[in-house]
Design a protein around this ligand. Structure first.
Ligand code: SF4
Length: 724
């Protein structure tokens, strides 16, 4: 008789951190449900979490190290042999061409992996390379940037207190699809409904009527890349009408004088001309926001991945601070996670300590913009990248103008990928090292608890044993670190030499803000790993609490309202506005992205249950524009940019502004050499939007990739074919 058991863990596919209840028989998963007793997620679950075991069971998942032989064929090799080859090849490149000749790319799943979060830093240090990249610089860098420049630490990112606010304004966010990003919290529909249920209001600005627009009280179309002008319009009204109230922050801010007149030219009429949002909307919403006791402004993906992303997040924070909607319940607040990475010794902060070799772009927190990765490989000269290590991620699909990276990867002297799939990126590697699946590892969210709407601790023990002999992610990182350290003449840091992830986590919990060792009063009832493990559904420490000034890491201990980097960036934007706008032709559109609930960037596309149904890789276009161009629904169009062109079916809809076109990211599978049997199916392989995004389009203030708002030309495929 089969005995079924229940296993509780956190879904580590995305930021939401939903609690899972997994029914299994010790070998196989029988069902996955949301855990109703998880105090944080309360049973919430999305289709991806419900199918998390399908990644574990995927027949395409790699389980043994693979080496590409001289004929380009893959051969199995042993773990130790692969570590030695990698150590030898990478150190050979470093010895011959310098440490910077080897680059490290840590993909998005790294941050959802306890072992790699703990040990990847050691690997990074042992390589001593300035060429470190991650998806941060094509996603949320503006959030970290204001964290650092305004509040003194890259992880001091204000989070909207959605559980207690009565007035929630969102820019470019789609929580119904993302389940909350830089606002970790599950059940976005319930959260929005409870704001409305207590008499509050939710307002969304987006060039597309997204899934979220259907549940909010007001959705306003706004032209791509113009959010900053709307925010400056709000600031202008607040300053002009003297609606500033700093409350308890009065003695904790600096730079108030410097921002006094920065928005004066952004009158409601001017803002309407720039953004497309009617002036009366700006006037009404600003007043409502100021008068509301519990209100908050928040922006996410669409606001972060545009040319003014850094300025947007800066002004949004300034507005929350000036109107007493900051560090108070219902406003923007700072979480207090049980493992506070900011308190850990050795976390260094920086901006501009070095620059990229070719385009001279500054590092931020030790990381260069991913937009320079391909040119650093393709441009010859001292410091050229010749070796690459990737952990998860799929930069050959996800980075701007990824075609250049596809051109560069085969030219590298050596590449190694730590990944469970042979995808569009890892197929270029010389060696692939596959770690265990999500269900075969212990997990604790070290990072996303810093973005959570309430304070929690939950440990997820390993459910299944990995294949015999298979190495855990952290063991892979440790073995490689040891080999790279030989050349660097460095050593693993003290605790990492002797402790495993569970022991390191225990140490961090014991010394964390709720830990047994944090104060004598907690010796008997404070937190330890055993206590967290014993509470299988997780521990909730309640909602966010005011943390200013204790949380600030700035030099003078105050909130920096007027950091030079933002003031300078704003002056440059104002200068650009003096240029006459170009007239739009009927073929010209502004490109914006799109995310779907069933998709997780590129890599959940190999799960059959998630990709079935209609093709989601379409170009959404407004009905009026489609009629003007004489297009039929599902007709193939050619979308052309300065970097290339793609052919994609058009999806005609009224859910998008005229003049704007939306294409999702993460598609473009089916390339030769990959082993993704489901994703490669022509019915849903799609095309890569990053074949037409431009690596030179950046948020100038932060260096984040500016995917949103890029100009593209659209033509019928039949017309292009006729043109010689
Ligand atoms: S929203 Fe979905 S993918 Fe994200 S944590 Fe929850 S179940 Fe997992």
């Amino acid at each position: 008789m089969t005995v079924t058991k229940k296993h509780y863990r956190v879904c580590n596919l995305c930021e939401a951190m939903c609690g899972l209840e997994i029914e299994h028989d010790g070998k196989q998963v029988i069902s996955v449900k949301g855990d109703p007793e998880d105090p944080f997620s309360k049973g919430s679950l999305c289709p991806k979490g419900a199918l998390i075991h399908k990644v574990h069971e995927d027949p395409d998942r790699l389980k043994v190290p693979l080496l590409k032989n001289d004929d380009g064929e893959w051969e199995e090799i042993s773990w130790n042999e692969s570590f030695d080859i990698i150590g030898g090849k990478i150190n050979e490149i470093r010895a011959k061409h310098g440490n910077d000749a080897v680059a490290l790319y840590l993909g998005n799943p790294t941050v959802h992996n306890l072992g790699m979060m703990l040990f990847s830093g050691e690997m990074r240090r042992s390589l001593k390379t300035k060429n470190f990249f991650s998806p941060t610089t094509m996603d949320q860098l503006p959030h970290h940037f204001i964290g650092y420049h305004v509040f003194g630490h890259a992880l001091n990112m204000p989070i909207p207190d959605v559980d207690r606010t009565d007035y929630f304004i969102m820019f470019g966010a789609n929580p119904i699809a993302s389940n909350g990003s830089i606002m970790s919290g599950c059940g976005p529909v319930e959260k929005i409904k409870s704001i409305q249920g207590r008499g509050g209001k939710v307002i969304l600005f987006d060039p597309r009527a997204t899934e979220t627009s259907r549940v909010v009280d007001e959705h306003h179309f706004i032209l791509p890349g113009t959010d900053v002008f709307f925010l400056l319009g709000m600031l202008q009204l607040i300053q002009k009408n003297d609606w500033i109230q700093l409350g308890h922050l009065k003695s904790h801010v600096s730079g108030l004088e410097k921002i006094k007149n920065i928005a004066e030219e952004f009158t409601p009429d001017r803002v309407e001309a720039l953004t497309g949002v009617p002036a009366p909307v700006l006037l009404r919403l600003t007043k409502e926001y100021v008068l509301q006791d519990r209100a908050v402004l928040y922006g996410r993906m669409g606001m972060s991945t545009q040319e003014h992303g850094g300025l947007c997040h800066w002004i949004a924070s300034v507005l929350n601070i000036l109107t007493n909607h900051f560090d108070r319940e219902g406003g923007a607040m700072f979480p207090k996670p049980a493992v506070d990475v900011k308190r850990q010794k050795g976390w260094r902060l920086s901006h501009g300590r070095w620059h990229s070799r070719v385009r001279k772009l500054p590092e931020f927190d030790g990381e260069l913009p991913v937009s320079v990765m391909a040119e650093e490989m393709l441009t010859e000269g001292k410091g050229q990248i010749r070796g690459l290590i990737t952990f998860a991620g799929n930069p050959a699909l996800s980075t701007p103008n990824a075609k250049r990276l596809e051109e560069a990867l085969p030219k590298l002297d050596f590449m190694v990928s730590i990944d469970i799939f042979m995808n569009e990126t890892t197929k270029h590697a010389d060696i692939i090292l596959p770690p265990p699946s999500h269900l075969e590892i212990d997990h604790y969210d070290l990072i996303f608890n810093h973005f959570a709407v309430s304070n929690n601790a939950k440990f997820s023990p390993q459910l299944f044993q990995p294949k015999e002999g298979q190495k855990y992610d952290w063991q892979i990182a440790k073995e490689l670190t040891k080999r790279f350290s030989k050349l660097s003449k460095s050593k693993l840091s003290f605790p990492f030499r002797y402790l495993n992830p569970r022991q390191l986590l225990n140490l961090a919990l014991l010394t964390g803000p709720y830990g047994k060792w944090s104060s004598p009063s907690r010796w008997f009832n404070g937190l330890s790993l055993n206590k967290v493990i014993a509470s299988k559904h997780g521990i909730n420490f309640g909602g966010m609490k005011p943390r200013v000034p204790e949380v600030l890491n700035t030099k003078d201990g105050k909130i920096q309202l007027a950091a030079d980097v933002f003031l300078k960036g704003l002056e440059e934007v104002k200068l650009l506005l003096t240029e006459l706008p170009e007239q739009r032709t009927i073929n010209e559109f502004q490109l914006i992205g799109r995310r779907h609930l069933r998709s997780n960037n590129s890599w959940m596309h190999n799960v059959k249950g998630l990709v079935r149904g209609k093709n989601r890789c379409t170009a959404m276009m407004n009905t009026i524009d489609a009629t003007t161009l004489g297009l039929e629904d599902a007709e193939i169009i050619v979308v052309q940019s300065s970097t290339g062109g793609i052919e994609i079916p058009v999806e005609i809809t009224d859910n998008i502004m005229s003049g704007v076109i939306s294409i999702p990211h993460g598609f473009g599978h089916g390339k030769k050499g990959t082993r993704l049997s489901v994703a490669s199916d022509p019915n849903h392989a799609g095309v890569s939007v990053n074949d037409i995004t431009d690596q030179n389009r950046l948020d100038k203030v932060t260096g984040n990739a500016a995917f949103s708002g890029q100009k593209v030309a659209v033509r019928k495929l039949s017309e292009v074919e006729k043109t010689p």
